[in-house]
Design a protein around this ligand. Structure first.
Ligand code: SF4
Length: 250
């Protein structure tokens, strides 16, 4: 007698789908990969996440050319540089992005766990949890898939980054995964894209101001993030997001 097959759960299905998409389309040029993905998911099912950081303009320019109404999610942690907030608005206007969505940490979480705004000084993981991971999970929860601007070269922790990844039951798409610094610079020049003004001061990866420093010559682009700590990622791209997406609070 044949054993009864157990139906795949949504997470297993997403893993299979991401692996199949990556094998079939992972080699495509970023623009083709974005166009294909935007066509594969229905409007309202797919978004983009952007930090409006050092080279965010590249992905956003490609998206704007394909679908300027695609939702672009920006996480306002309350700790961004003023330059980044101004840059966000100027770049969105340059590119004609029509669906910028700004996500904030929950006021109750800030009041309870970071009432004076100094949590980052003694517990960066807890601070990232309430200011980044939970809000990002809340922001992407309505979507089946979303784009990010992550690249392999940015840090050792991103060496094996693929174009399509499963995050729980959802798909995360990294069209620029294989691009190098020179590709990004050439694209910025070719399209005369506005640059985050902090880049001129040596900030090659830009996050919250208390946890971001300029990068020293010869160091990787993300070495200025949580400099001097073992921490290299805030959690929104790691399992913390996946856990938050399945938390009952969502
Ligand atoms: S990067 Fe720093 S300030 Fe921003 S949420 Fe994380 S710990 Fe807090």
């Amino acid at each position: 007698m044949l054993a009864k097959l157990k139906p795949l759960d949504a997470e297993a299905e997403a893993q299979i789908e991401a692996a199949a998409l990556d094998e079939r389309y992972g080699h495509l040029a970023p623009q083709d990969l974005i166009a294909l993905s935007a066509g594969r998911f229905r409007p309202g099912e797919i978004a983009a996440v952007s930090s409006f950081g050092a080279d965010s303009a590249v992905l956003l320019h490609m998206i704007a050319r394909i679908d300027p109404a695609l939702p672009v999610l920006f996480l306002d942690t309350g700790k961004h540089f003023g330059e980044t907030l101004d840059y966000r608005d100027a770049l969105a206007a340059d590119l004609g992005l029509r669906n910028l969505r700004i996500v904030h940490p929950r006021a109750e979480a800030l009041a309870e766990r970071d009432p004076d705004g100094t949590l980052h000084q003694h517990d960066t993981d807890a601070c990232c949890d309430i200011r980044k991971v939970e809000p990002m999970a809340r922001a992407v929860e309505p979507y089946a898939a979303w784009f990010t601007g992550r690249k392999r070269f940015q840090a050792a922790s991103r060496n094996g980054l693929s174009a399509f990844e499963a995050v729980g039951s959802r798909i995360r798409i990294n069209p620029l995964a294989r691009w190098e610094t020179a590709d990004l610079a050439a694209y910025m020049r070719e399209h005369a894209l506005r640059e985050n003004p902090l880049v001129a001061y040596g900030y090659l990866s830009i996050g919250c101001f208390p946890c971001t420093e300029p990068v020293k010559p010869g160091e990787d682009a993300r070495s200025g993030r949580w400099a001097g700590q073992a921490k290299t990622e805030c959690g929104i791209h790691l399992s913390g997001l996946e856990s938050s997406l399945t938390a009952s609070s969502l």
